[in-house]
Design a binder for this molecule. Structure first.
Ligand SMILES: O=P(O)(O)OC[C@H]1O[C@H](O)[C@H](O)[C@@H](O)[C@@H]1O
Length: 312
């Protein structure tokens, strides 16, 4: 995990140049899934694919070139508008968890987003399939969170890599602050065989201990055993915090849209801005960045330098 403390400042000059260099986007493959939810399917020449719903602006599937699913999705997930879907990559905005008075994890994951016809510029890249989504404040949401905003999410798929670039613009005439998280439900073979590296020596708040602050001492977070199978590498920018969540057995049973033993095959690792909410003045824009890649199981854990893993 590459923990990058930058606050996601946007450089307008670089962005203009990038916009000019940007290639014509590939056509968007837009379908309706079995539950009638509008869905975008991304594919790339090496054979991997991703599925993104307008509902929640949520990535609900990411498959590698062997068609193996890399994200967890609950069999009991509720595929209905106005409810969040248990799996994939929900977007938590403008609140994380119950750190505020809004609904849990904010309203963005429960809303119907639209296709973004005037997306913020992002760096050009070859052989990638992309979609741009947009969520704007609704009359309803303004009643509980009285700030006018535009939340954009750029999703791009290339061989072995899924990149999400969120932007938030303040379209109000006063400042506001918000929390943000991309909650990655990673599909894992067995929770007892998982290690999360890259968080050592960092401070964390334990939600099960009244949010007490601790410092991580171990060289990796483990959930019992120590065997590696698949390695995900998460790089991020503008999102200085990380969340790690697994409900374990008792809570899994209490969560309606999660199977009793699903906790064994999922782990949430979030890219987040929670401890210090992002402050935006009128017309200002914040940009975050998250890149997920997988590397082969032969990778030896304990030396997680994402650049070395990816580029040798
Ligand atoms: O069920 P959700 O609203 O998706 O929340 C899932 C989980 O997210 C957070 O990490 C909270 O700390 C948990 O208490 C909560 O159960």
């Amino acid at each position: 995990m590459n923990l990058d403390g930058r606050r996601g400042k946007v450089n307008p000059f670089a962005d203009k140049l990038q916009a000019r260099l940007r290639k014509k986007p590939m056509p968007v493959n837009f379908v309706h899934d079995a539950d009638g939810l509008p869905k975008i399917i991304l594919t790339e020449p090496m054979g991997s694919s991703a599925e993104v719903l307008l509902h929640g602006g949520q990535v609900v599937s990411w498959k590698n070139e062997r068609s193996e699913e890399l994200l967890f999705m609950s069999n009991k997930a509720t595929w209905k508008p106005a409810k969040s879907i248990r799996g994939g990559i929900p977007v938590c905005f403008p609140q994380f968890g119950n750190f505020g008075s809004l609904e849990q994890h904010g309203f963005a994951r429960n809303r119907l987003w639209s296709l973004d016809t005037s997306p913020s510029p992002v760096p050009p890249a070859n052989n990638q399939s992309t979609v741009d989504l947009l969520l704007k404040s609704t009359e309803e949401d303004l009643k509980t969170w009285p700030h006018s905003f535009e939340l954009r999410l750029h999703v791009s798929l290339s061989a072995g890599k899924l990149t999400l670039i969120p932007h938030v613009r303040n379209t109000d005439n006063k400042s506001f602050s918000f929390m943000f998280a991309l909650r990655n439900y990673l599909s894992i073979s067995d929770i007892s065989e998982v290690r999360v590296e890259g968080l050592e020596t960092l401070d964390y708040f334990d939600n099960l201990m009244q949010r007490e602050r601790y410092t991580e001492q171990a060289d990796a977070i483990t959930f019992d055993g120590e065997v590696d199978r698949r390695t995900f590498v998460l790089r991020k920018g503008g999102l200085p915090d990380a969340g790690v969540w697994n409900p374990w057995d008792k809570k899994a049973k209490a969560i309606q849209d999660l199977g009793d033993s699903d906790y064994k095959t999922m782990l949430c690792v979030d890219s987040a801005a929670v401890e210090s909410p992002v402050l935006l003045k009128p017309s200002e824009e914040w940009r975050g960045y998250q890149e997920l890649t997988t590397v082969s199981s032969s990778y030896c854990s304990g030396q997680l330098d994402p650049w070395k893993v990816l580029y040798g």
